[in-house]
Design a protein around this ligand. Structure first.
Ligand code: C5P
Length: 215
């Protein structure tokens, strides 16, 4: 059984998908972590981002593993390092490449094989798991997503003005929506859940309810 959750940056997909997986007793897959890990591999190898051939070669050879919670690059747990702005800003160079996407999509399908899984990303319902039993497109207004991110960073002691977060987020949304392959979009058979004004607990309960009705 596959529960595929897609949506824009900052919609809370990761935390909701992780908690929903726990409640459903399913495994969890964060596909953004795989894109982040391959980007980190390119940064570490100092590959010129305009050299598509080398990026694809790297994506084919990098050893990326997922244990249900952490991501590993060539055996190193890189779950913290993949969250730096340096990685976030460079992801598009890899995520825009159809060959990189097909390599990571194959890996995602292998991870899910024979398992019950809650997976989250941008292209899960449309491209990677078009046969998923349950598809949810989790979204919220740009302002609300930026405000949530602001609160999260503040709780970590980092004060970044909301308008700066909003600008970076709009740029990422645009890149994710415009990509020729694997672009961010809701599958035709996805339930669209706009979480504006909902508490994380409400979102979680709604997602679990939608999933239970379909799996
Ligand atoms: O979900 P997260 O914000 O960690 O994803 C980081 C980036 O990885 C996204 O902005 C997107 O460019 C890329 N991504 C993707 N396809 C996925 C998951 C993530 O292209 N399935």
């Amino acid at each position: 059984m596959i529960v595929a959750i897609d949506g824009p940056a900052g919609a809370g997909k990761s935390s909701i998908a992780r908690l929903a997986a726990k409640q459903l007793k399913y495994e969890f897959l964060d596909t953004g972590a795989l894109y982040r890990a391959v980007t980190l591999a390119a940064i570490r190898a100092q590959i010129d981002f305009s050299d598509v051939g080398r990026l694809v070669e790297l994506a084919e050879n990098a050893k990326i593993d997922w244990d249900g919670e952490h991501v590993f690059l060539n055996g190193d747990n890189v779950s913290v390092e993949i969250r730096t702005p340096t990685v976030t800003d460079a992801i598009r160079y890899l995520a825009d490449q159809p060959k990189v996407r097909s390599r990571l999509s194959e890996q995602q399908r292998r991870i899910a094989e024979g398992r019950n899984i809650v997976t989250e990303g941008r292209d899960q319902g449309c491209e990677v798991f078009p046969e998923a039993e349950c598809k949810i497109f989790l979204t919220a207004s740009p302002e609300e997503r930026a405000q949530r991110r602001y609160e999260q960073l503040k709780s970590e002691g980092r004060h970044i003005p909301v308008h700066e977060i909003l600008i970076a987020q709009n740029k990422r949304d645009l890149e994710d929506r415009m990509r020729p392959v694997g672009r961010l979009r809701a599958a035709e058979d996805a339930v669209i859940l706009n979480t504006d004004g909902m508490s994380p607990q409400d979102v979680l309960e709604t997602v679990v309810k939608i999933a239970r009705e379909r799996i």
